[in-house]
Design a protein around this ligand. Sequence first.
Ligand SMILES: [Zn+2]
Length: 414
Amino acid sequence: MAPRLSDLVDGDRLWARLMALAAFGARPDGGVDRPALSATEAQARAQLIAWGRAIGLKPYTDQAANLFLRLEGRDASLPPVLAGSHIDSQPTGGKFDGVYGVLAALEVAEAVVKRGEVPARAIEVVAWTNEEGSRFAPGMTGSDLFTGTKTLDNVRAIKDADGVSVGEAIDAILAADDGVPLRPFGLPLAAYVEPHIEQASKLEEAGAPVGIVSGIQGTRRYRVTVKGEAAHAGTALRRDRRDALMAAVQMIGAMDDAARQPEDTLLTVGQMQVTPNAPSVVPEEVLFSIDLRHPDNGVVDRMDAAIREIVAARQGVCTAQLRQIQHSPSLTFPEAMRNALTEAANALCIPCMDVYSAAGHDARQLHYVCPTGMIFVPCRGGISHNPLEWAEPEHLTAGTKVLADTVWTLATRV
Ligand SMILES: [Zn+2]
């Protein structure tokens, strides 16, 4: 029997690259601050390109500044197998979120090179642009553009806190690239696999080094504007008031009650702006956000209806307007991809379990254009988006081995 590709995965090299990439945007507390499309991300990108070129991978990019490192297959006309994640971070990011997926994919490409046997399909390592959405909101810019979920016109005008637009930042990154050709969006793909730290603690609690991700929880986001009338807190009688904050509080209380069933419904009001926000003035206007999540789309639909009804019913003497700004349904990854990952783990005797992703990933966008799967590895205490984020080298290696054998199976199958 031919040796497995995973035998050629070098966990030490993977770890060394993770630590090397963490130097770009390193924080004094051990974390990473590497905003999307920033100068520090450009440096990390140049390092990735250099590592790729050193083993014979050819870099490509596109108008979203997504980075692809391609290892050619025997038949260039066959759609490639893609694996990776992102290298941007939250301002209080860690060393592993996103980067692990990209470097695990690079390690797999290097293992294929070492093996010396060319698979039928090309294998590409990908780093998607602006997954995090902290410098430019919302995130998933690169995968949204690649899959056609959004267009360049939608996103190029979005600005960061300093007034720099996505378009300007992309142009700067592309100008700094050293001889990296541009490709159009939407290249046909055979499959996409994204390894990532779990960002929750189910794997750690179960003692499983690898999770096969069954799906991604959906999210709906809303903004509610309640309009009342400003008045003197000492002289305006209660019966004459149109208090926007009191109406908003009624709505939020009723939404919280409605979200009690089922108990794993997550409803968050994380932002509120009160105008004029003065202690002695009856609030004239309130803007608040709603973030709604549940794995079951039916539950989300019912809560959606409840939210709309509550906003209409509780506005009282004020007027309220609800605007939905995001609708990402919960999704289940195809069984064939989950089975391929599970079989790879089983063949390697690496304990694995099915886990559900409560957080969004670029794999969500890819799911709609090609067979997609995800591998999770544990992170200590489930801590992420935090300098304390930590993953054990042996878990990272285990996830990369599962990725290697899965990618090999996908790339040799035509
Ligand atoms: Zn991530």
